[in-house]
Design a protein around this ligand. Sequence first.
Ligand SMILES: Cc1ncc(C[n+]2csc(CCOP(=O)(O)OP(=O)(O)O)c2C)c(N)n1
Ligand SMILES: [Mg+2]
Length: 377
Amino acid sequence: MASAYPRELLLSMYRKMYLIRRFEERAAQAYQQGKINGFCHLYIGQEAVAVGVTEALRPDDYQLGAYRDHGYPLTRGADAGMVMAELFGRATGYCKGKGGSMHIFDVEHYVLGGYGIVGGQIPLAAGLGFASRYRNDGRVTVCYFGEAAANQGAFHETLNMAAKWFLPVIFLCENNRYGMGTAFSRVSPMPEVYKRAAGYGIRGEPVDGMDVLKMYEAVKDCAAHCRAGKGPVLLEANTYRYRGHSMSDPATYRTKSEVERERKGDPIPKLRQHCVEQLGIPESEFEKIDAEVKSTVDAAVKFADQSPEPSLDELHEDVMVAPGEPDVKPRERVLGMKVEWPRWPGAQDYRVSWDLEPREQAEEAEQKAGLKQPARA
Ligand SMILES: Cc1ncc(C[n+]2csc(CCOP(=O)(O)OP(=O)(O)O)c2C)c(N)n1
Ligand SMILES: [Mg+2]
């Protein structure tokens, strides 16, 4: 059967989802061996979300998310060894081992964190969206956040402002049904987050986050909407995390049978089965990918394990960026490879074509809404 999708795209989606899965399984193992300190939140079960997003976007669109963040840069081609080294707190990590699991920042691939404060990344996304409109660079920002973050005040403030300013941002709620040990439905009168879009007059819709092709289609469409200047979108990916909230959570607040039921919808075997049974792609292609991914992740763990810890003398460095300080190119610094570096526009490049809200426009809107009395004669 002919597929609507190129074979390379399907195989790339499979490879990336499996890379995240394998990476996370090895991270869990390393954590249990005491090689990773602090918090560590796994993305296992949610892989189809980030992979569908990245495949649907331009490579220079911004992405940022919360602390369940190892997978985001991996979808963009970040070095797996350097991500693992960051988890291990080693100097060869993306943030020189000073950020750790919750703060992976890969500026070369436009993945701007990794944030530990629930909902903290949401206002930052509006800033990125504002920058894109101001610079007219055509970029879209995808801001991932958990459903529990939608109950933070920052969510409301940001969506209100982003809608008013038509910012090109996809607010992507990864609804995995739990915020730590609390089922979202227990604390939310309206547990379907996408419906809140109506309160901001923006587009909002749900998508099956356990199906990478559905994610891909939805994000492609939302990105086109944003790029056409139609404003932000609230997209809710219904997904599930198979592991506990973090490595220290035994997840006793849900039943084994619930987890087993959800595992039946695992997006990775689902895509593989579709490709083999419906499209006739041979099993051997997938076996080859599995073997390559396993050796990439083995090498990543070895690299992290053998890397040095950051020096104590550096403790106070890299806290603030000094004016004029050159960019640090992580892969160039660690791997010595020549990295194609984005040329960030300076003030001279701005083609400011947009007035936030001309007075006449505001007055027209007010009159339409019947808010303002016409001036007396
Ligand atoms: C402002 C703030 N409040 C509380 C916490 C503690 N905390 C960490 S994760 C979390 C739950 C968030 O759940 P959700 O947004 O659904 O994301 P998920 O972990 O499911 O990916 C909480 C309450 C925090 N980190 N920051
Ligand atoms: Mg959640």
